[in-house]
Design a protein around this ligand. Structure first.
Ligand SMILES: [Cu+2]
Length: 380
């Protein structure tokens, strides 16, 4: 039970009757479920850094490779069982303190696309303490130790060979919104120490969320397990200064050693403490994004939520083009603000023809005020 609900006796808490029923089901089923999972096994080999490897173009087909333990958990209902055993907040590692956790700015620049047509990704899921601003360090669950996880950049029709290795303390999984694949196998949860691999080929261009899909998804998304995958169309869009912004919400529990867990009960209430672009509230206000006058600026906006939308707006500018779906089609022009749904992604373009300082913001202003805000400096 977290600080925020500690003052309510369990029996009086509105969620507690649900929890009591769940606990009963848990106790009846957890032992069976864990027995079915067997012992975690470490997958050998593999690379731990994002990389690319040419495999020829061919006609890639979505494909799932089971790890050696994979066939023991073919039914994603295991998630439903396991999630009852989860804590109501991410756990704080009390062997460290917030003062040991340094801030780093998350680079919003879209990395260049590889010349190779096959991208091999090996992500680890792992716990990490992240300083999100001067006052706040969170006990996050992450892909690759950061929030968001790495920005991935490929082209439509490329092959992505993906492996997840779970270095966390609870089950995790991976759900790529750019994939068309059987989620019951590819997006299933794996236990700590296990790996799973699957292959897919993005059918459409755009900016797509990826996230942990382990139940309750709200808790895993809300604890930092998300990132963005940018898919270029076969004919590249016009040359531009390109930036990726992933919006998310934070729901903070009571800090221990200055480190705040993420609080599931607050996530259910859906009143966030903080909003952020790329995991750190206001980081691009403190250290703005720079372009030159005359540049075409392209923002890839993905919204991790877990709950609220992002009314993306640039003060003093208009979007010449917003791609609601796969570019270069699905374009609307002359747009002041457009809502990117939780779990969605859209591409926003503006010609930086006026020099100055332009605030970009979630124009649902209570949310902008809580950190979904930054500055674009157009240098003359
Ligand atoms: Cu997870």
């Amino acid at each position: 039970m977290t600080d925020s609900v500690r003052d309510l006796p369990d029996a009086e808490h509105p969620l507690e009757s649900v929890r009591t029923r769940r606990r009963f089901l848990l106790e009846a089923s957890l032992a069976t479920a864990l027995a079915a999972c067997g012992r975690p096994e470490q997958r050998g080999g593999g690379e731990h850094k994002e990389g690319a490897e040419a495999r020829g173009r061919g006609a890639p087909q979505a494909n799932v490779h089971q790890s050696r333990t994979g066939d023991r958990n073919p039914d994603s209902q295991i998630d439903t069982t396991l999630h009852h055993a989860m804590p109501s907040s991410s756990a704080v590692d009390t062997t460290t303190t917030a003062s040991n956790v340094q801030f780093h700015r998350y680079d919003p620049a879209l990395p260049p696309v590889s010349a190779e047509r096959t991208t091999r990704l090996h992500f680890t899921s792992r716990d990490a303490n992240i300083r999100v601003n001067e006052d706040t360090v969170i006990a996050a669950w992450t892909f690759e130790g950061d929030v968001p996880g790495p920005i991935v950049h490929v082209r439509q029709g490329d092959t992505i060979e993906f492996t997840l290795t779970n270095h966390g303390r609870i089950p995790h999984s991976m759900d790529f919104h750019a994939a068309q694949i059987n989620p019951k196998t590819a997006f299933r949860s794996i236990m700590p120490g296990e790996s799973l691999s699957f292959t897919f080929s993005p059918k459409y261009a755009g900016v797509y969320l990826y996230h942990c899909g382990t139940a309750p998804v709200l808790m895993h998304l809300g604890s930092g397990m998300f990132g963005a995958l940018v898919v270029d169309p076969p004919t590249p869009l016009r040359k531009a200064k390109e930036f990726v912004l992933v919006q998310n919400e934070y729901y903070l529990g009571g800090a221990q050693n200055g480190i705040a867990p993420l609080d599931y009960t607050k996530m259910l209430v859906t009143l966030p403490d903080l909003f952020a672009f790329n995991g750190r509230p206001g980081q691009y206000d403190a250290a703005p994004i720079h372009v030159k006058q005359g540049d075409l600026v392209r923002f890839y906006i993905a919204n991790a939520g877990p709950t609220h939308s992002c009314a993306f707006h640039v003060v003093g500018e208009q979007f010449d083009t917003v791609y609601l779906g796969a570019p270069p089609a699905n374009a609307i022009h002359g747009v002041q603000t457009f809502d990117v749904a939780a779990g969605g992604g859209m591409i926003f373009e503006m010609q930086a023809d006026v020099a100055g300082e332009f605030v970009f913001v979630n124009h649902s202003f209570g949310h902008g005020q809580k950190g979904a805000i930054g500055r674009l400096i157009v240098d003359a």
